[in-house]
Design a protein around this ligand. Structure first.
Ligand SMILES: [Zn+2]
Length: 527
């Protein structure tokens, strides 16, 4: 059995085996009269005083084992707050961690932390799966009409007692890391009395999805947090960290409970427009993280041709500036980094970016997080109105239709200026119609600026080909490369690493010596 050193905030480091502990205890109490050292070994704990550390430093042994063990002890003691405790872990309070879904898959993330007292239960992320149990694609459309008990019995909703609308609520709060459906897609089923914490950007995008996708989430109980500002939820202290990801305002959480410090990364990377956030986090990491729950989406995936968002912007520019005729760019309107890259590449080439009404609304809502997000009123941005989007906005607030009108562009203006236009496009019936009509007037090319897997799933490629439109893929991943995962783990120096959000959790063990690989719904005590 290994003994460890703890302090008031939890685990500090490994100390010695039972045998090693007896050895230094016997030796130290024999050769010194320092009362703090006697207290430390006799009672298993002592306040951290200069005398304790100075007393150990004054002890010299010719036995290398004893000398090394004392050195190690001194190195740990200097890191301790107020009280140092020698323990094998028994009697130390420990919260429980359960990953309800996500130990062996990307998507459907749902993590629970329960305090030692059992009085506080937090859920972090409540995502919709991307795949079924057999790894075939998950199709929400096939389940949309199911009742909540059907969804629970079919194991589509994670098995969490006290979370859902038809339960007595015993979950204290839900925390969301970011607005991707695989992290928040089942929010609509959460009991309306349970508060939900998220960043302002995540809230803005959740509201947009409510408007356009009728997600039915009740957002009146949402509490927004400020990045790097610690807040308390009963026994838990939560510190949100802004992370670089393809969703804006994505958050990692440092959660302290019962003296344990858990860092949940959410989805992150270090090669987007906010890549500097990963550098900052690794240069000035939170101290003494006991458990790192880290995403591993890129394990088993190709890193692709474009290493970062800057190279994406450059490739887009090279293509757009040399294009005679229309340029369609297919991307997600909620990938803010990519929208900025497309806008910058378009402006540098002196052309105009045409966005749809939905994208204009997304950018407008995200204005709450930054003034440097391109907006409908900016030079070189025009807005294309579709009946469907206009109807959705009018249902929410008729004034929104007029808000964006100054930037409105008609089909004829695009048709007559095809050499100077870049159209942000979606694979929808509306856009297929627009593209088919414009094909009669201009040659065109298409850029697919999303994960390659999405292109394989539909028949967009065939549709474009039938219209004589060549397609080029320009994309960089929203997720951390293996080197970036290692960089974060090296900086945080957690006692244990727990894989999540990966199809290959076993690969973590090839990269790190201290991995706990869990199964879905398995509960461990963090101590
Ligand atoms: Zn994500």
């Amino acid at each position: 059995m290994t003994y460890c050193l703890y302090d008031a905030r939890g685990y500090v480091g490994d100390l010695a085996s039972v045998h090693g502990l007896e050895l230094i205890s016997d030796f130290a109490t024999r050769v010194t009269n320092e009362p703090q050292i006697k207290k430390f070994f006799q009672e298993g704990q002592a306040p951290i005083t200069k005398e304790l550390i100075a007393g150990f430093k004054a002890i010299h042994s010719s036995d290398k084992n004893i000398a090394d063990t004392i050195d190690n002890l001194v190195n740990l003691l200097v890191k301790c707050d107020t009280v140092a405790i020698i323990s094998d872990g028994t009697g130390i309070e420990s919260p429980d961690l359960t990953i309800h879904r996500g130990t062996h898959e990307i998507g459907g993330s749902c993590v629970e932390l329960c305090s030692n007292s059992g009085n506080t239960r937090l859920i972090i992320d409540i995502g919709m799966p991307l795949v079924n149990a057999d790894r075939s694609l998950f199709d929400w459309g096939a389940h949309r009409k199911s009742t909540m008990s059907e969804l629970r019995s079919e194991k589509i909703l994670p098995a969490v007692d006290g979370l859902y609308e038809n339960d007595k609520p015993t979950i204290t709060a839900v925390l969301l890391s970011h607005a991707h459906l695989d992290h928040y897609g089942f929010l609509q089923f959460v009991h309306p009395d349970i508060p939900i914490y998220m960043s302002m950007g995540t809230k803005a995008l959740t509201e947009v999805s409510n408007t356009f996708l009728n997600t039915g989430v009740k957002l009146d109980r949402v509490k927004t947090f400020e990045m790097w500002q610690t807040f308390r939820i009963n026994e838990f202290a939560v510190t949100p960290y802004l992370m670089d990801h393809s969703a804006p305002d994505a958050t990692a959480f440092l959660i302290e409970a019962d003296g344990q410090r858990i860092f949940y990364t959410g989805d992150f990377r270090g090669h987007g427009r906010k890549g500097i956030l990963l550098d900052k986090l690794t240069k000035d990491p939170p101290s003494r993280v006991n458990y790192l729950v880290m995403e591993g989406s890129m394990l088993g995936r190709d890193e692709g041709l474009f290493p970062d968002e800057n190279s994406v912007e450059q490739a887009l520019y090279d293509l757009i500036v040399s294009q005679k005729g229309l340029c369609y760019v297919f991307t997600s309107s909620q990938n803010l980094d990519r929208l900025v890259s497309i806008y910058r590449a378009t402006r540098r080439s002196g052309k105009t970016l045409v966005i749809d009404l939905y994208t204009a609304f997304v950018l407008d809502k995200l204005g709450v997080i930054s003034h440097s997000i391109p907006q409908f009123g900016w030079e070189g941005i025009r807005v294309l109105y579709s009946y469907y989007h206009a109807q959705k906005l009018a249902d929410l607030d008729r004034a929104l239709l007029y808000k964006y009108k100054s930037a409105k562009i008609e089909f004829e203006e695009i048709r007559d200026n095809t050499d100077n236009m870049v159209l942000l496009a979606k694979d929808s019936r509306y856009f297929r119609n627009v593209i088919t009509k414009l094909t009669a007037y201009s040659k065109a090319l298409a850029v697919f600026s999303m994960w390659h897997g999405y292109l394989e799933r539909g028949n967009l490629g065939e549709f474009l080909e039938s219209n004589g439109i060549p397609i080029t893929e320009i994309h960089t991943s929203g997720h951390a490369y293996i080197g970036q995962l290692q960089m974060l783990a090296d900086a945080l120096k957690p006692r244990w690493i727990i894989p999540i959000h990966t199809f290959y959790p076993e690969k973590f063990k090839e990269m790190f010596p201290n991995v706990i690989q869990l199964d879905d719904n398995e509960t461990i005590s963090l101590c």
